[in-house]
Design a protein around this ligand. Structure first.
Ligand SMILES: [Zn+2]
Length: 196
């Protein structure tokens, strides 16, 4: 089993659920499966990955850099399938991309990542790995923007809207801000707002 698969989409599109579903399927089939997550993501639990709908799996928590990955290299080599959640939080370096591509030569590496940040701009580390993927699964959420008539938009959502006290967060706010439904919503292109 080898190759590189990428699961991308905005928040609330089910990326973690999809990643855990695939990993679980291979675990049931007898493959040695490991799930990695960056240490910046402290939502819900520090040693487990929990999807928004409650699926969970133990995770290997690593510093989100090439050095963090190197520290667990031997553990990774001991598995057949490597899942990485919240991949966008890893610091980009050419070496990190090469490290993952080398692993994917004889293991199946599956990364789940946000397609774009809250500004609607790509993450370097995601952008640089996409062309190498054998399979890219693009997930979409549902736009929850409420119009003046009180109705939800309901279009497929491809963007992540950050909210600050219920209003769209400005462009110059920090790129990484861990949060759930109180700070983020899924939005379609038309309803994604980033005040400059
Ligand atoms: Zn919309």
């Amino acid at each position: 089993m080898d190759g590189l698969r990428v699961i991308i989409g905005p928040m609330f599109s089910g990326k973690t659920t999809e990643l855990l579903r695939v990993l679980r399927k291979y675990a049931i089939a007898g493959y040695r499966v490991v799930l990695v997550k960056p240490s910046t993501d402290t939502r819900y639990s520090s040693s487990k990955v929990v999807s928004h709908d409650g699926l969970e799996m133990d995770a290997l928590v690593v510093e989100p850099t090439i050095d963090g990955l190197k520290k667990v290299h031997n553990i990774l080599l001991d598995h057949d399938i490597i899942g990485i959640d919240e991949y966008q939080f890893f610091n980009y370096s050419k070496e990190l991309i090469r490290f993952l591509l080398d692993l994917s030569n004889d293991k199946l590496v599956i990364v789940a990542a946000l397609n774009l940040d809250f500004r609607g701009e790509p993450w370097e580390v995601v952008k640089e790995i996409l062309p190498y993927a054998d399979d890219i699964k693009v997930l979409r959420a549902v736009c929850t923007h409420v119009g003046r008539d009180g109705r939800r938009c309901g279009r497929p959502a491809v963007r992540t809207q950050r909210l600050l006290d219920g209003r769209p967060a400005p462009y110059n706010s920090p790129r990484v801000l861990i949060g759930g439904r109180e700070s983020y919503e899924a939005r379609c292109r038309k309803h994604h707002e980033v005040p400059k």
